[in-house]
Design a binder for this molecule. Structure first.
Ligand SMILES: Cc1ncc(COP(=O)(O)O)c(C=O)c1O
Length: 305
């Protein structure tokens, strides 16, 4: 049986329905998150990855849209654990919390409305091809600017920009898009942050480059520093740097660590997953499933042992 958290209760998924008149449905004024939980077969345990960090970001973003929820980060993590237990999940899943204005009113504003949170889960394997890598296209669409709809917030309406870029890339025969920002520098993918490797150095667009403050991005910066002894440089990245990079990879909760093997028909490195990307993938994939003791603090176990 599948369940959702809806209007304060865990209910069968079929009962978690909103009206077509729901305010946020019309104006994209919803804040959402994407969280993964990984099944560890050996331990028969399901591990939520970075649950606290995702709910902290959700509450911060919601606050920015004047959506004050009556839940703390701890309560939201606990509700998610209860939901996964109720569903009896024993495989990899994706969890989608979403905060929206439930009022049946038609004015695009952020005040005098009532925020609500819903959480549901769905089965989720690989989002992009993490083994072979992906081919990406620099999009003709620019990333939405911090002074229009901030990319820093996971706000539903901003994802029209991602959808336009991703669709353009797929229709042109690529797997994913890279968006430049309004200043013409590299920002990120439609749902991923981006890193480039050149001469053993790793660079990623800085926070002010109109990007989402990725939780995987931060974790990967730490992994590179602690495990591979490489300090990541955070700075503006030019489009031309992409084409001459030795390695490129993208990170995200859904994308995990995905190698980019081609950009705009130029092979990256020799067209295969690079050495730094491989090493990073190796440690990341073990850590998220609970196989690396020193990174167990990333995880929240769902089942009591
Ligand atoms: C536009 C965008 N950039 C980056 C990311 C990666 O963020 P995170 O690592 O927090 O999942 C996502 C995914 O949530 C995203 O939608």
């Amino acid at each position: 049986m599948e369940y959702a958290f809806f209007e304060g209760k865990i209910v069968p998924i079929d009962e978690a329905k909103i009206s077509i008149m729901t305010n946020s449905f019309h104006y994209g004024t919803a804040i959402f998150e994407g969280i993964r939980a990984y099944w560890n077969e050996e331990e028969e345990q399901l591990y939520l990855l970075f649950a606290r960090q995702h709910y902290e970001r959700l509450l911060q973003n919601a606050k920015a849209l004047f959506m004050e929820l009556n839940y703390s980060v701890e309560e939201l993590v606990n509700i998610t654990v209860e939901l996964l237990q109720a569903c009896g999940i024993k495989e990899d899943v994706y969890i989608r919390p979403i905060v929206y204005f439930k009022d049946l009113k038609l004015t695009p504003k952020l005040i005098d409305y009532t925020p609500e949170i819903a959480i549901y889960t769905y089965k989720f394997g690989r989002y992009l091809n993490t083994s072979k890598g992906i081919r990406v296209k620099v999009s003709s669409w620019r990333r939405n600017d911090d002074n229009s709809i901030p990319s820093r917030w996971k706000v539903a309406g901003a994802y029209v920009n991602s959808a336009l870029a991703k669709t353009e890339a797929i229709m042109a025969g690529y797997d994913e898009a890279i968006l430049l920002n309004s200043e013409g520098f590299v920002s990120e993918g439609s749902g991923e942050n981006i890193f480039i490797v050149r001469g053993g150095k790793v660079v990623t667009p800085a926070m002010a480059q109109h990007i989402l403050e990725g939780i995987t991005r931060r974790a990967v910066i730490n992994l590179l520093s602690k495990e591979l002894i490489i300090e990541v440089e955070e700075r503006p990245v030019a489009r031309s740097e992409l084409y001459i990079a030795d390695e490129i990879f993208m990170t995200g909760t859904a994308a995990e660590v995905t190698p980019v093997v081609e950009v705009d028909n130029r092979k990256i490195g020799d067209g295969n997953t690079g050495e730094i990307t491989s090493k990073l993938q190796e440690i990341y994939f073990r850590a998220v499933r609970g196989f690396v003791d020193r990174y167990k603090n990333w995880l929240t176990p769902v089942y009591e042992k």
